[in-house]
Design a protein around this ligand. Structure first.
Ligand SMILES: Cc1ncc(COP(=O)(O)O)c(C=O)c1O
Length: 369
């Protein structure tokens, strides 16, 4: 075993089969029937051809992603000139991120992130043999452009990770923060926008900064807003020269034919699949309001989950909810926990359970002051 991997912990939230699962930021709603039917008939014609390798360059999928993203940018009021050569895709955005870090990280290189953030960023970095450096966010988990610019200039990383909306805090950053990171280093700046579709009002994507910034790359996923976590499809947008380099590190034919067909079908039904985003935003806002009303601190969320604090013991709260069949995430931040926006029914069950638990044991909240 490589000595630099000794002592590292693999990624893994507890996977427990309970009725209300609000712990891994999935979309709470299943794929609507009309999309299931389209997916079924789309794959039907592809079984006999599985003797052949799939399209290595996933050209049809690239075209579908460009059409979807053009719509996203138009609605957010930002003009972005996208082309298929600017698109990369992989089996989940985790794989896309690992392609980028394999190509631009590796032994002797430094990757910088602003924590708390997505726990896979350091694992992906160290997995390539790069060294991970983390810089702490402000007390309210926000980031400001001056501080980020100064930190990036100081560390001079080969890769910077920025995540917006950020997991696990739900908070967003302005485009000025991304510009500051880019302007203060000569490395690759990755903006992880896994939850971007849950921002209301829609914020302009870091894609709007791509023109003239060949070291900037934006990653996104179909696992969250598109409700396709089980499909495994993530993608990245960057200058064609950067995307071209990723072809050196991916394994041949990394995207199966079935994955490509199902992802294209899902993108053709983007409007139906994204219909539930507004419902999830309502649930998220309901959770935020209720938790705030009963005395927790709540961080403004642009995602499909809520980080809340002022908890005396997150482990105790986690266990009491689990006793009631509800799974949330103890993300290891002292006095904080994270909960997903569920369906309306799941959200009601969670909020009722919170009220019951507080009724039985008000000490779940930290003492005032
Ligand atoms: C910030 C962030 N990025 C990327 C991912 C990876 O998602 P996937 O590999 O399913 O696309 C996640 C998953 O939770 C995430 O929270």
């Amino acid at each position: 075993m490589r000595s630099d991997l000794v002592g590292l912990k693999p990624y893994g939230a507890p996977h427990l089969d309970v009725p209300v699962q609000l712990n891994v930021n999935e979309n709470a709603y299943p794929i609507p029937d009309v999309v299931v039917e389209s997916m079924r008939s789309a794959v039907d014609g592809h079984f006999a051809g599985l003797n052949r390798y799939p399209d290595r360059e996933f050209e049809d999928l690239r075209g579908h992603l460009v059409s979807y993203l053009d719509g996203v940018n138009r609605r957010a009021g930002g003009a972005v000139d996208l082309s298929p050569e600017m698109i990369w895709a992989g089996n989940g955005s985790n794989e896309v991120l690992s392609h980028i870090v394999q190509a631009f990280g590796g032994p002797g290189r430094t990757v910088l992130g602003f924590t708390p953030s997505y726990s896979m960023h350091p694992l992906i970095a160290t997995g390539t043999g790069a060294s991970w450096q983390s810089s702490a966010r402000n007390d309210d988990f926000a980031l400001d452009a001056d501080a980020v610019g100064a930190e990036v200039a100081d560390v001079d990383p080969d890769i910077v990770f920025l995540c917006t909306p950020n997991n696990p805090t739900g908070t967003s950053i302005g485009l000025d923060v991304i510009e500051a990171a880019y302007d203060n280093c000569s490395g690759i700046v990755i903006v992880d926008e896994a939850y971007a579709e849950f921002s209301r009002p829609a914020r302009p994507s870091a894609m709007t900064l791509l023109a003239g910034r060949p070291r900037l790359v934006v990653s996104r996923t179909m696992s969250k807003a598109f409700a396709c976590a089980g499909l495994r499809l993530g993608y990245a947008i960057a200058a064609p020269e950067l995307i071209d380099v990723l072809r050196l590190v991916r394994l041949p034919y990394h995207l199966s034919d079935i994955t490509q067909v199902l992802a294209c079908t899902a993108l053709e039904h983007a409007d139906v699949l994204l219909d539930n985003v507004d419902r999830l935003i309502d649930s998220r806002d309901r959770i935020s309001q209720h938790l705030r009303d009963v005395g927790f601190t709540v961080f403004p969320s642009d995602s499909n989950f809520v980080l809340f604090g002022n908890i005396s013991s997150p482990q105790t709260l986690w266990q009491r909810l689990l006793d009631r069949g509800i799974l949330i995430r103890d993300i290891g931040i002292t006095h904080h926990a994270r909960v997903n926006a569920g369906t309306e029914v799941e959200t009601t069950a969670f909020l009722r359970a919170i009220d019951e638990i507080l009724g039985e044991d008000p000490g779940i909240l930290l003492p005032a002051g």
